[in-house]
Ligand binder design. Structure first.
Ligand code: ZN
Length: 413
Protein backbone atom coordinates (compact mmCIF):
# COMPACT_ATOMS: atom_id res chain seq x y z
CA UNK A 1 0.00 0.00 0.00
CA UNK A 2 1.34 3.43 -0.93
CA UNK A 3 2.98 5.40 1.85
CA UNK A 4 1.52 8.58 0.31
CA UNK A 5 -2.04 7.70 1.37
CA UNK A 6 -3.54 9.84 4.14
CA UNK A 7 -4.24 7.98 7.39
CA UNK A 8 -7.98 8.07 6.68
CA UNK A 9 -7.52 6.69 3.16
CA UNK A 10 -5.21 4.00 4.51
CA UNK A 11 -7.83 2.98 7.09
CA UNK A 12 -10.42 2.65 4.30
CA UNK A 13 -8.00 0.70 2.08
CA UNK A 14 -7.27 -1.68 4.96
CA UNK A 15 -11.00 -2.24 5.54
CA UNK A 16 -11.20 -3.13 1.84
CA UNK A 17 -8.30 -5.56 2.19
CA UNK A 18 -10.06 -7.24 5.13
CA UNK A 19 -13.19 -7.59 2.98
CA UNK A 20 -12.18 -10.79 1.18
CA UNK A 21 -10.30 -14.09 1.70
CA UNK A 22 -8.51 -15.03 3.87
CA UNK A 23 -10.31 -12.43 6.04
CA UNK A 24 -13.78 -13.55 4.94
CA UNK A 25 -15.38 -16.98 5.42
CA UNK A 26 -17.71 -16.43 2.46
CA UNK A 27 -16.69 -16.68 -1.20
CA UNK A 28 -17.59 -13.57 -3.21
CA UNK A 29 -18.57 -11.51 -0.17
CA UNK A 30 -17.74 -10.71 3.43
CA UNK A 31 -18.71 -12.82 6.40
CA UNK A 32 -16.45 -12.83 9.43
CA UNK A 33 -18.01 -14.62 12.37
CA UNK A 34 -16.49 -14.71 15.85
CA UNK A 35 -13.62 -17.26 16.14
CA UNK A 36 -13.80 -18.47 12.52
CA UNK A 37 -10.61 -18.95 10.42
CA UNK A 38 -11.28 -15.54 8.80
CA UNK A 39 -11.59 -14.03 12.27
CA UNK A 40 -8.17 -15.28 13.35
CA UNK A 41 -6.62 -14.21 10.04
CA UNK A 42 -8.04 -10.70 10.50
CA UNK A 43 -6.72 -10.52 14.08
CA UNK A 44 -3.27 -11.54 12.87
CA UNK A 45 -3.37 -8.82 10.21
CA UNK A 46 -4.55 -6.22 12.75
CA UNK A 47 -1.79 -7.28 15.16
CA UNK A 48 0.83 -6.65 12.46
CA UNK A 49 -0.62 -3.19 11.74
CA UNK A 50 -0.75 -2.38 15.46
CA UNK A 51 2.88 -3.45 15.78
CA UNK A 52 3.85 -1.22 12.84
CA UNK A 53 2.10 1.69 14.57
CA UNK A 54 4.31 1.28 17.66
CA UNK A 55 1.95 -0.73 19.86
CA UNK A 56 2.48 -3.76 22.10
CA UNK A 57 -0.07 -6.34 20.96
CA UNK A 58 -1.95 -8.93 23.00
CA UNK A 59 -5.02 -11.12 22.64
CA UNK A 60 -7.26 -11.10 25.72
CA UNK A 61 -9.09 -14.19 27.07
CA UNK A 62 -12.20 -13.29 25.01
CA UNK A 63 -10.01 -13.21 21.86
CA UNK A 64 -10.20 -9.45 21.51
CA UNK A 65 -7.09 -8.13 19.74
CA UNK A 66 -5.58 -5.22 21.68
CA UNK A 67 -2.65 -2.90 20.94
CA UNK A 68 -1.20 -0.66 23.65
CA UNK A 69 0.76 2.57 23.23
CA UNK A 70 2.24 3.68 26.53
CA UNK A 71 1.73 7.15 28.02
CA UNK A 72 4.12 9.26 30.05
CA UNK A 73 2.48 8.81 33.48
CA UNK A 74 2.94 5.38 35.03
CA UNK A 75 -0.32 3.55 35.85
CA UNK A 76 -2.54 6.24 34.32
CA UNK A 77 -5.88 4.81 33.12
CA UNK A 78 -5.96 4.08 29.40
CA UNK A 79 -7.97 5.70 26.66
CA UNK A 80 -9.57 2.80 24.82
CA UNK A 81 -10.34 3.27 21.11
CA UNK A 82 -12.13 0.55 19.22
CA UNK A 83 -14.99 -1.13 17.47
CA UNK A 84 -15.78 -4.67 16.26
CA UNK A 85 -13.97 -6.89 13.75
CA UNK A 86 -16.83 -9.38 13.22
CA UNK A 87 -19.38 -8.83 10.46
CA UNK A 88 -22.87 -9.93 9.55
CA UNK A 89 -23.32 -12.45 6.70
CA UNK A 90 -22.75 -10.80 3.33
CA UNK A 91 -22.06 -7.55 5.16
CA UNK A 92 -20.16 -4.37 4.34
CA UNK A 93 -16.45 -3.75 4.85
CA UNK A 94 -16.60 -0.73 7.15
CA UNK A 95 -19.19 -1.60 9.81
CA UNK A 96 -16.81 -2.18 12.72
CA UNK A 97 -13.35 -2.37 11.13
CA UNK A 98 -13.32 1.35 10.25
CA UNK A 99 -13.36 2.31 13.94
CA UNK A 100 -10.47 -0.08 14.69
CA UNK A 101 -8.39 1.01 11.70
CA UNK A 102 -8.94 4.70 12.53
CA UNK A 103 -7.79 3.93 16.09
CA UNK A 104 -4.61 2.38 14.71
CA UNK A 105 -4.12 5.47 12.51
CA UNK A 106 -4.44 7.72 15.58
CA UNK A 107 -1.60 5.87 17.29
CA UNK A 108 0.43 5.66 14.07
CA UNK A 109 0.24 9.47 13.74
CA UNK A 110 1.33 10.01 17.36
CA UNK A 111 4.12 7.46 16.97
CA UNK A 112 5.38 9.08 13.77
CA UNK A 113 5.48 12.45 15.54
CA UNK A 114 7.28 10.90 18.53
CA UNK A 115 4.42 12.02 20.79
CA UNK A 116 2.94 10.37 23.86
CA UNK A 117 -0.08 11.41 25.90
CA UNK A 118 -0.05 11.40 29.72
CA UNK A 119 -2.20 8.24 29.52
CA UNK A 120 -1.73 5.06 27.50
CA UNK A 121 -3.90 4.48 24.43
CA UNK A 122 -5.20 1.00 23.72
CA UNK A 123 -6.82 0.10 20.41
CA UNK A 124 -9.25 -2.78 20.75
CA UNK A 125 -10.84 -4.97 18.09
CA UNK A 126 -13.92 -6.50 19.71
CA UNK A 127 -14.55 -10.05 18.51
CA UNK A 128 -18.31 -10.29 18.68
CA UNK A 129 -20.67 -7.38 18.35
CA UNK A 130 -23.08 -8.49 15.65
CA UNK A 131 -23.93 -11.87 17.16
CA UNK A 132 -23.86 -13.35 13.66
CA UNK A 133 -22.36 -16.69 14.71
CA UNK A 134 -23.52 -17.40 18.26
CA UNK A 135 -26.98 -16.55 19.62
CA UNK A 136 -25.71 -13.58 21.65
CA UNK A 137 -24.50 -10.13 20.66
CA UNK A 138 -21.79 -7.88 22.11
CA UNK A 139 -20.32 -10.87 23.88
CA UNK A 140 -16.75 -9.60 23.93
CA UNK A 141 -17.42 -6.00 24.95
CA UNK A 142 -19.61 -7.36 27.76
CA UNK A 143 -16.65 -9.51 28.84
CA UNK A 144 -14.37 -6.44 28.83
CA UNK A 145 -16.91 -4.25 30.64
CA UNK A 146 -17.35 -6.97 33.26
CA UNK A 147 -21.10 -7.34 32.66
CA UNK A 148 -21.07 -10.84 31.13
CA UNK A 149 -22.30 -13.81 33.17
CA UNK A 150 -20.43 -17.14 32.90
CA UNK A 151 -23.72 -18.91 31.98
CA UNK A 152 -23.91 -16.79 28.83
CA UNK A 153 -20.95 -18.74 27.42
CA UNK A 154 -22.86 -22.02 27.40
CA UNK A 155 -24.07 -21.94 23.79
CA UNK A 156 -23.35 -23.30 20.34
CA UNK A 157 -23.47 -21.94 16.78
CA UNK A 158 -25.96 -23.11 14.13
CA UNK A 159 -23.66 -26.04 13.23
CA UNK A 160 -23.64 -27.18 16.85
CA UNK A 161 -20.06 -26.04 17.57
CA UNK A 162 -19.88 -25.06 21.24
CA UNK A 163 -18.25 -21.75 22.11
CA UNK A 164 -16.36 -23.61 24.85
CA UNK A 165 -14.77 -25.86 22.21
CA UNK A 166 -13.19 -22.81 20.55
CA UNK A 167 -12.05 -20.77 23.52
CA UNK A 168 -11.35 -21.39 27.21
CA UNK A 169 -14.59 -20.61 29.11
CA UNK A 170 -12.78 -20.80 32.46
CA UNK A 171 -10.57 -17.76 31.82
CA UNK A 172 -13.01 -15.94 29.50
CA UNK A 173 -14.34 -13.49 32.09
CA UNK A 174 -10.73 -12.49 32.94
CA UNK A 175 -11.06 -10.21 29.91
CA UNK A 176 -12.84 -7.80 32.28
CA UNK A 177 -10.90 -4.58 32.83
CA UNK A 178 -10.45 -3.59 36.45
CA UNK A 179 -12.58 -0.55 37.37
CA UNK A 180 -10.50 2.63 37.29
CA UNK A 181 -8.05 1.37 34.64
CA UNK A 182 -10.01 2.85 31.73
CA UNK A 183 -10.13 6.61 31.26
CA UNK A 184 -12.68 6.60 28.43
CA UNK A 185 -13.87 4.62 25.42
CA UNK A 186 -13.90 6.24 21.97
CA UNK A 187 -15.61 4.57 19.00
CA UNK A 188 -15.82 5.82 15.43
CA UNK A 189 -18.47 4.00 13.41
CA UNK A 190 -20.23 4.44 10.10
CA UNK A 191 -23.59 6.13 10.58
CA UNK A 192 -25.57 3.26 8.99
CA UNK A 193 -28.25 5.82 8.21
CA UNK A 194 -28.87 8.57 5.64
CA UNK A 195 -28.88 11.70 7.84
CA UNK A 196 -25.28 12.88 7.38
CA UNK A 197 -25.44 12.41 3.62
CA UNK A 198 -28.75 14.28 3.44
CA UNK A 199 -27.23 17.18 5.37
CA UNK A 200 -23.95 17.21 3.43
CA UNK A 201 -21.88 16.44 6.53
CA UNK A 202 -18.92 14.04 6.79
CA UNK A 203 -19.07 13.36 10.53
CA UNK A 204 -21.11 14.02 13.66
CA UNK A 205 -20.80 13.68 17.41
CA UNK A 206 -23.04 10.91 18.72
CA UNK A 207 -25.16 11.80 21.75
CA UNK A 208 -25.82 8.19 22.71
CA UNK A 209 -27.59 5.01 21.80
CA UNK A 210 -31.37 5.26 21.56
CA UNK A 211 -33.63 3.58 24.10
CA UNK A 212 -35.30 0.61 22.45
CA UNK A 213 -38.62 -1.05 23.23
CA UNK A 214 -39.61 -4.25 21.44
CA UNK A 215 -43.22 -5.40 21.71
CA UNK A 216 -45.06 -8.45 20.44
CA UNK A 217 -48.60 -7.78 19.23
CA UNK A 218 -51.16 -10.56 18.83
CA UNK A 219 -54.46 -9.71 17.17
CA UNK A 220 -57.24 -12.29 17.30
CA UNK A 221 -60.40 -12.23 15.19
CA UNK A 222 -62.33 -15.04 13.59
CA UNK A 223 -61.11 -17.25 10.77
CA UNK A 224 -63.68 -17.85 8.05
CA UNK A 225 -64.27 -18.80 4.44
CA UNK A 226 -63.07 -16.08 2.09
CA UNK A 227 -65.89 -16.84 -0.33
CA UNK A 228 -68.92 -17.17 1.91
CA UNK A 229 -68.40 -14.78 4.85
CA UNK A 230 -70.01 -11.48 3.88
CA UNK A 231 -68.06 -8.30 4.65
CA UNK A 232 -70.22 -7.00 7.55
CA UNK A 233 -69.89 -10.34 9.36
CA UNK A 234 -66.12 -10.51 9.30
CA UNK A 235 -63.67 -10.09 12.16
CA UNK A 236 -60.55 -10.02 10.00
CA UNK A 237 -57.39 -10.00 12.15
CA UNK A 238 -55.12 -9.14 9.22
CA UNK A 239 -57.13 -6.12 8.02
CA UNK A 240 -57.23 -4.94 11.64
CA UNK A 241 -53.48 -5.42 12.02
CA UNK A 242 -52.93 -3.43 8.82
CA UNK A 243 -54.81 -0.49 10.34
CA UNK A 244 -52.78 -0.88 13.55
CA UNK A 245 -49.50 -0.89 11.63
CA UNK A 246 -50.47 2.35 9.88
CA UNK A 247 -51.26 3.83 13.30
CA UNK A 248 -47.76 2.88 14.52
CA UNK A 249 -46.27 4.64 11.51
CA UNK A 250 -48.47 7.72 11.89
CA UNK A 251 -47.69 8.16 15.60
CA UNK A 252 -43.92 8.02 14.93
CA UNK A 253 -44.17 10.37 11.91
CA UNK A 254 -46.34 12.88 13.77
CA UNK A 255 -43.74 13.08 16.54
CA UNK A 256 -41.34 14.64 13.98
CA UNK A 257 -38.31 13.91 16.19
CA UNK A 258 -35.65 11.20 16.42
CA UNK A 259 -38.47 8.78 17.36
CA UNK A 260 -38.75 5.77 15.05
CA UNK A 261 -41.28 2.92 15.15
CA UNK A 262 -41.25 -0.16 12.99
CA UNK A 263 -43.36 -3.24 12.37
CA UNK A 264 -40.74 -5.47 10.78
CA UNK A 265 -42.27 -8.91 11.06
CA UNK A 266 -45.81 -10.11 10.60
CA UNK A 267 -47.40 -13.54 10.52
CA UNK A 268 -51.02 -14.22 9.57
CA UNK A 269 -52.79 -17.41 10.64
CA UNK A 270 -53.84 -19.76 9.27
CA UNK A 271 -52.14 -18.07 6.28
CA UNK A 272 -54.16 -19.35 3.33
CA UNK A 273 -55.40 -17.43 0.30
CA UNK A 274 -59.01 -18.55 0.80
CA UNK A 275 -59.24 -18.06 4.56
CA UNK A 276 -59.93 -14.82 6.44
CA UNK A 277 -57.05 -14.43 8.91
CA UNK A 278 -58.12 -15.48 12.41
CA UNK A 279 -54.96 -14.28 14.14
CA UNK A 280 -51.95 -12.11 13.42
CA UNK A 281 -48.69 -11.84 15.28
CA UNK A 282 -46.31 -8.94 14.65
CA UNK A 283 -43.40 -7.12 16.26
CA UNK A 284 -43.30 -3.42 17.13
CA UNK A 285 -39.89 -1.77 17.63
CA UNK A 286 -39.85 1.78 19.08
CA UNK A 287 -36.68 3.84 19.63
CA UNK A 288 -35.64 7.32 20.67
CA UNK A 289 -32.65 8.94 22.34
CA UNK A 290 -35.16 10.20 24.94
CA UNK A 291 -36.71 7.34 26.88
CA UNK A 292 -39.70 9.46 27.99
CA UNK A 293 -40.46 10.33 24.39
CA UNK A 294 -40.21 6.64 23.50
CA UNK A 295 -42.53 5.64 26.32
CA UNK A 296 -45.08 8.36 25.45
CA UNK A 297 -45.13 7.03 21.89
CA UNK A 298 -45.49 3.47 23.16
CA UNK A 299 -48.48 4.53 25.27
CA UNK A 300 -50.07 6.24 22.26
CA UNK A 301 -49.50 3.14 20.13
CA UNK A 302 -51.02 0.84 22.75
CA UNK A 303 -54.06 3.13 23.00
CA UNK A 304 -54.51 3.36 19.22
CA UNK A 305 -54.29 -0.42 18.84
CA UNK A 306 -56.88 -0.98 21.57
CA UNK A 307 -59.27 1.49 19.89
CA UNK A 308 -58.87 -0.18 16.48
CA UNK A 309 -59.41 -3.62 18.01
CA UNK A 310 -62.53 -2.42 19.80
CA UNK A 311 -64.01 -0.85 16.67
CA UNK A 312 -63.42 -4.03 14.67
CA UNK A 313 -64.49 -6.57 17.27
CA UNK A 314 -60.97 -7.97 17.61
CA UNK A 315 -58.86 -8.88 20.64
CA UNK A 316 -55.38 -7.40 20.92
CA UNK A 317 -52.65 -8.44 23.34
CA UNK A 318 -49.33 -6.58 23.60
CA UNK A 319 -46.39 -8.17 25.41
CA UNK A 320 -42.98 -6.64 26.03
CA UNK A 321 -40.04 -8.53 24.43
CA UNK A 322 -37.24 -6.30 25.55
CA UNK A 323 -36.74 -2.87 26.99
CA UNK A 324 -33.27 -1.34 26.66
CA UNK A 325 -32.61 2.03 28.28
CA UNK A 326 -30.81 4.76 26.35
CA UNK A 327 -27.04 4.78 26.73
CA UNK A 328 -25.98 8.42 26.66
CA UNK A 329 -22.43 9.39 25.69
CA UNK A 330 -20.50 11.45 28.25
CA UNK A 331 -21.45 15.18 28.02
CA UNK A 332 -17.89 16.44 28.69
CA UNK A 333 -16.46 14.08 26.06
CA UNK A 334 -19.16 15.20 23.58
CA UNK A 335 -17.97 18.77 24.08
CA UNK A 336 -14.36 17.71 23.42
CA UNK A 337 -15.49 15.94 20.24
CA UNK A 338 -17.53 18.97 19.07
CA UNK A 339 -14.49 21.21 19.61
CA UNK A 340 -12.20 18.76 17.80
CA UNK A 341 -14.56 18.52 14.82
CA UNK A 342 -14.94 22.31 14.68
CA UNK A 343 -11.14 22.64 14.67
CA UNK A 344 -11.09 20.16 11.76
CA UNK A 345 -13.38 22.56 9.88
CA UNK A 346 -16.64 20.71 10.39
CA UNK A 347 -20.04 22.18 11.17
CA UNK A 348 -21.17 21.04 14.61
CA UNK A 349 -23.81 18.31 14.50
CA UNK A 350 -25.01 15.90 17.14
CA UNK A 351 -27.09 12.84 16.36
CA UNK A 352 -28.48 9.92 18.33
CA UNK A 353 -27.64 6.37 17.29
CA UNK A 354 -30.69 4.27 16.53
CA UNK A 355 -28.47 1.18 16.32
CA UNK A 356 -26.70 -0.52 19.19
CA UNK A 357 -22.88 -0.42 19.42
CA UNK A 358 -20.12 -1.71 21.71
CA UNK A 359 -20.07 1.81 23.23
CA UNK A 360 -23.42 1.16 24.95
CA UNK A 361 -21.90 -1.85 26.70
CA UNK A 362 -18.68 -0.01 27.56
CA UNK A 363 -20.70 2.76 29.23
CA UNK A 364 -20.96 0.42 32.24
CA UNK A 365 -17.17 0.63 32.61
CA UNK A 366 -16.20 4.21 31.72
CA UNK A 367 -17.36 7.42 30.02
CA UNK A 368 -17.91 6.92 26.30
CA UNK A 369 -17.68 9.05 23.16
CA UNK A 370 -18.74 8.19 19.62
CA UNK A 371 -18.17 9.71 16.22
CA UNK A 372 -20.34 8.86 13.21
CA UNK A 373 -18.87 8.83 9.70
CA UNK A 374 -21.08 9.31 6.65
CA UNK A 375 -21.69 6.20 4.52
CA UNK A 376 -23.06 6.36 0.99
CA UNK A 377 -26.84 6.19 0.80
CA UNK A 378 -26.92 5.28 4.48
CA UNK A 379 -26.49 1.68 3.32
CA UNK A 380 -25.05 -0.84 5.80
CA UNK A 381 -25.20 -4.59 6.50
CA UNK A 382 -24.91 -4.86 2.74
CA UNK A 383 -21.94 -5.38 0.37
CA UNK A 384 -22.73 -1.94 -1.15
CA UNK A 385 -21.62 -0.23 2.08
CA UNK A 386 -19.21 2.57 1.14
CA UNK A 387 -17.13 5.18 2.94
CA UNK A 388 -15.33 8.04 1.18
CA UNK A 389 -11.60 8.09 2.16
CA UNK A 390 -11.84 11.89 2.52
CA UNK A 391 -14.57 11.44 5.17
CA UNK A 392 -12.41 8.89 7.00
CA UNK A 393 -9.58 11.43 7.01
CA UNK A 394 -11.87 14.06 8.55
CA UNK A 395 -12.89 11.50 11.19
CA UNK A 396 -9.22 10.76 11.89
CA UNK A 397 -8.44 14.46 12.35
CA UNK A 398 -11.43 14.74 14.69
CA UNK A 399 -10.23 11.76 16.74
CA UNK A 400 -6.67 13.15 16.96
CA UNK A 401 -8.09 16.52 18.07
CA UNK A 402 -10.23 14.72 20.63
CA UNK A 403 -7.17 12.86 21.99
CA UNK A 404 -5.20 16.12 22.24
CA UNK A 405 -8.01 17.80 24.12
CA UNK A 406 -8.43 14.83 26.43
CA UNK A 407 -4.69 14.98 27.10
CA UNK A 408 -4.87 18.71 27.90
CA UNK A 409 -7.68 18.19 30.42
CA UNK A 410 -6.19 15.04 31.99
CA UNK A 411 -5.50 15.22 35.70
CA UNK A 412 -3.53 12.34 37.18
CA UNK A 413 -5.13 10.77 40.24
ZN1 ZN B 1 -21.13 -2.12 13.82
Amino acid sequence: MSASLSGGARAVARCDLLGSAPYSDMPGGLYRGYLTPAYWAACERLAAWMDDAGMQVRCDPAANCIGRYEGTIANAPALLIGSHIDSVRDGGRYDGPLGILLGIECVAALHRAGRRLPFPIEVIAFGDEEGSRFPAAMLTSRAVAGTLAAEALDMADAEGVALAALIDPVTYLDAARAPGTTLAYLEAHIEQGPLLEAEGLAVATVTGIAAQLRLQLTVTGMAGHAGTTTMPLRRDALAGAAEMILAVERIARDDASDLVATVGRIEALPGAANVIAGAVRCTIDIRSGDIERRDRAADAIVEAIAAIAEARGLQSVIEPVHDLPASPCDPALMNLMDAALAAAGQLPRRIVSGAGHDAMVMAALCPTAMLFVRCRGGISHNPAEHVDPADAEIALQGMLGFIDRLGATFEPA
